[in-house]
Design a protein. Sequence first.
Length: 106
Amino acid sequence: MIAEMDGLVGASRMLLWDAATRAGETPGQAALLASRAKRFISSSAVLVADLAIQVCGGHGYSQELPLENHYRDARGLTLHYKTTELLGLDIAGLLLESRGVEPWPA
């Protein structure tokens, strides 16, 4: 589980770095890159916090460890600005539009 958490954190960092650097190079892609990064990173944060609680067993739920706060904060990331579901729709629309497919009606 720790290796999985490490992989998710590493992938999140790389995706954020990629989005930040490529957004400057291709400004027209900034919305797609940012939405893609936020969606993945928010979902990964929830999974990492959940795995951390599981690794710690019953202590993960205690107030002695900060994990309950981390989980609550991570879950909030999936709701702040736009939910991960709405970001998925935005990403799909941007991808279809970039390939010349007319987006579906809202």
